[in-house]
Design a protein around this ligand. Structure first.
Ligand SMILES: *[C@@H]1O[C@H](CO)[C@@H](O)[C@H](O)[C@H]1NC(C)=O
Ligand SMILES: *[C@@H]1O[C@H](CO)[C@@H](O)[C@H](O)[C@H]1NC(C)=O
Ligand SMILES: [Zn+2]
Ligand SMILES: [Zn+2]
Length: 445
């Protein structure tokens, strides 16, 4: 980072200059071990817990899709105003970036995504989505709430923070690449590390799960229009049948991963869309197919993309059809592989172990899902982990994107405390050894 860049950023922090200068003694490294435990107790206090539950339910009732999170953003800003936390808005349209602490380095970011999904909620409960066809089915309502919970805890301890915690509320995670837009707007300039949480229905409440290195796949979408020549279904010789061509294309696409990829390098090509024809007796002019592809390294990802295009166009030509292939709607960026920094993994294990007990800090296999948190973790050391929600006595918790998805609100204090503790202990550690060797976030690729 250049000195001039650094200067140009100082305007953001002018709000801090008006903060009263603390006369409280600052926390030294000797009190480090107590912080996380205290933060969980704080977050579980009824006044904090009930306040979080209220926020989460309000957001759940009013889900907003990517880059349309106007009311959610307004709610976040109202809560930050209430707490006296300065913030920058708008960032990437509806995004909000808050600052707690001295306004000076080290800077550590904690992140939540704000958007909902275009689907109908099927859970019948008092705080069901009030917007037909929109639902918080991925838990981003809980993510926003936990970040606000962390903000409350941190703001109460702001005079003890010898650095700055950056609260990142980002829009448009669900396929929109909102994180990329936040980055382009400079949210991570000068930031040393970033942490992100996702709720998980497959891990028990009170536990967290993650791993060092690649944790979520890189992901892209493709769509192809396969054109032939329509006509009477009983006179095929006068037509060029795109249904047959598309069927062969789909079968050939399955061979990319099974025959060309290293079996130990996990990859996926799925055709999830097939649209063509509308009558029993008519061969249509064209068929549209589409799907997703996933990989855990940039090289594998690029290879998949190239081969998907080749296989579709060449296989279509075998049946005399033409095909055009496009990737990602509206030039949206591919989601990179989410790679957890190894030093931050060590930090996470220590902090989460102190809060939850080491037996509740689980190591997991990588998942084929993807997250746009990866854009952040591509430019600075990042760490993404899953927060358990499963509690057998409260019935089955469906996984994300199910219309029956439920958030276990008992998880909120854990998320808030983990955010706050990871950030404060990161700053304390950084202060006690100002120039720790920075691990590359790409060391496994
Ligand atoms: C495919 O494209 C070629 C070249 O543009 C064209 O001559 C041909 O008619 C097309 N075939 C079909 C089935 O659309
Ligand atoms: C699981 O749910 C039950 C019933 O609501 C509750 O009493 C218990 O405390 C929950 N367990 C945890 C770890 O939150
Ligand atoms: Zn999702
Ligand atoms: Zn999500």
């Amino acid at each position: 980072m250049g000195f001039s860049q650094w200067l140009s950023l100082t305007f953001i922090f002018h709000a801090f200059l008006s903060l009263p200068i603390s006369s409280e003694p600052s926390l030294g490294p000797e009190v480090l071990p107590q912080i996380p435990v205290n933060f969980l107790e704080l977050a579980k206090r009824p006044e904090v817990f009930d306040w979080m539950v209220g926020i989460r339910r309000k957001i759940h009732e009013n889900p907003e899709l990517g880059f349309q999170e106007f009311e959610t953003s307004k709610l976040i800003r109202a809560e930050l105003d209430q707490m006296g936390i300065p913030y920058k808005y708008p960032v990437a349209e509806t995004g909000v970036v808050g600052y707690i602490g001295t306004g000076s380095p080290p800077f550590v970011a904690i992140r939540a995504d704000m958007d909902a999904l275009a689907m109908q909620e099927s859970v019948e409960w008092e705080h069901k989505s009030k917007v037909p066809g929109k639902m918080h089915a991925c838990g981003h309502d809980a993510h926003v709430t936990m970040l606000l919970g962390a903000a409350k805890i941190l703001q109460d301890h702001r005079h003890e923070i010898q650095g700055t915690v950056v609260l990142v509320f980002q829009p448009g995670e669900e396929g929109h690449g909102g994180a990329k837009k936040m980055l382009d707007d400079g949210v991570l300039e000068n930031v040393d590390a970033i942490f992100g949480i996702h709720v998980s229905a497959s891990h028990p409440i009170g536990a967290v799960a993650s791993r060092p290195g690649p944790v979520l796949a890189g992901s892209g979408f493709f769509e192809a229009v396969i054109s032939g020549k329509g006509g009477h279904a009983a006179i095929p010789q006068h037509t060029i049948d795109p249904i047959l061509a598309a069927s062969n294309v789909i079968v050939s696409l399955q061979h990319i991963v099974s025959r060309e990829a290293d079996p130990l390098d996990s990859q996926v090509v799925t055709v999830s869309k097939f649209q063509g024809g509308g009558a029993f007796n008519v061969i249509p002019d064209s068929v549209t197919i589409g799907g997703t592809f996933r990989a855990f390294s940039k090289e594998s990802f690029i290879h998949l993309k190239q081969r998907i295009e080749e296989v579709i166009t060449k296989q279509a030509s075998v049946q005399r059809c033409n095909a055009t292939v496009t990737f990602n709607d509206n030039d949206q960026p591919f989601f990179p592989v989410t790679v957890n920094n190894k030093d931050l993994h060590v930090h996470f294990q220590k902090v989460a172990g102190d809060i939850l007990g080491t037996q509740n800090v689980l190591e997991m296999q990588p998942l084929m899902g993807s997250e746009d948190f990866s854009f952040f973790a591509e430019v600075i050391p990042g760490y993404f982990f899953f927060l358990g929600m499963k509690n057998e006595t409260q019935g089955r918790f469906e996984s994300g994107h199910s219309p029956y998805f439920r958030v276990n609100e008992d998880a909120l204090p854990y998320g808030a405390a983990l955010h706050a503790s990871l950030a404060t202990t990161y700053i304390l550690e950084k202060q006690s050894k100002p120039n720790p060797p920075k691990g590359s976030s790409h060391d496994e690729l």
